[in-house]
Write a protein that binds this ligand. Structure first.
Ligand SMILES: Nc1ncnc2c1ncn2[C@@H]1O[C@H](COP(=O)(O)OP(=O)(O)OP(=O)(O)O)[C@@H](O)[C@H]1O
Length: 239
């Protein structure tokens, strides 16, 4: 099989510079090469300021490379117009953030349904997908609750449901356990492993949380804007 066919992310010579002051630049990513294949469960790991979020944002088409080629889901991310990037995100990617980003006045059902409204599916199809996804996440009894009535762990499970409901090939998760206690962290991580294994969804994390790291099948270490180690692990080495 041609391995190019199942690449979700293909990055070559990525450099990211941010303008600072009047004429200066800060170089956050200093020449990154990386490929990620379908169904991986991997993380960008490294100290604060090493470039994890910057890299994740570029993979997620939320920011553009300064130099280099970044292919995501067979598109050249550097050449997408804002409209094309938004289309790619809404159709093929899921995002999970540390702050959950749920809509507080809407119910759990409505929060999870939201990405499907952007895809013009019928109500019947939306309802079927939302209910199925809430069942995977163990949230069926909470469909009519609103985020302020939920615990942090439940809110993050709603956020995972919202990211998964359109069955994206790629989910990007930036410090998804930062606001959770240890029990809830393990619970949502186990859920994500299960979704990765059953649906073959590719997960890319940005994290320095040891709990998250203990579940990763591949760890890409960043230091000062460069990849310094890329380690794949056997199932027996994982949580
Ligand atoms: N918009 C920006 N303008 C200037 N510098 C930036 C900008 N965004 C990020 N940086 C700098 O780029 C470097 C990498 O930041 P990034 O947020 O990617 O790190 P990180 O590894 O995710 O850190 P953390 O774990 O603390 O979230 C940091 O030194 C940061 O200050």
């Amino acid at each position: 099989m041609d391995s190019k066919n199942n690449l979700i992310v293909d990055v070559n010579g990525l450099v990211k510079r941010f303008p600072i002051g009047f004429s200066g630049f800060f170089t956050a990513l200093k020449g990154i090469d990386l490929t990620v294949s379908e169904g991986e469960f991997m993380g960008l790991v490294g100290p604060s300021g090493s470039g994890k979020t910057t890299f994740l944002n570029i993979i997620g088409t939320l920011d553009k490379p300064s130099e280099g080629r970044v292919n995501v889901l067979d598109r050249n991310a550097g050449n997408l117009t804002p409209r094309q990037a938004a289309q790619l995100r809404k159709e093929e990617m899921g995002f999970i953030f540390q702050s959950f980003n749920l809509l507080p006045v809407y119910t759990v059902f409505e929060n999870v349904e939201f990405p499907l409204l952007l895809l013009n599916l019928s109500y019947g199809e939306r309802k079927k997908r939302v209910m199925e996804t809430l069942e995977w996440l163990g949230l069926t009894s909470k469909i009519n609750s609103r985020p302020p009535q939920l615990s942090g762990g439940e809110c993050q499970r709603v956020a995972i449901a919202r990211a998964m409901v359109k069955r994206p090939k790629l989910v990007l998760a930036d410090e998804p356990t930062a606001n959770l206690d240890a029990d809830n962290s393990h619970r949502i991580l186990k859920t994500m492993v299960k979704l990765n294994e059953e649906l073959k969804t590719c997960f890319i994390f940005a994290t320095h949380d040891e709990k998250v790291i203990s579940y990763l099948k591949r760890i890409v270490h960043l230091e000062d804007g460069r990849i310094v180690k890329d380690i794949s692990r056997q199932k027996s080495e994982l949580q």
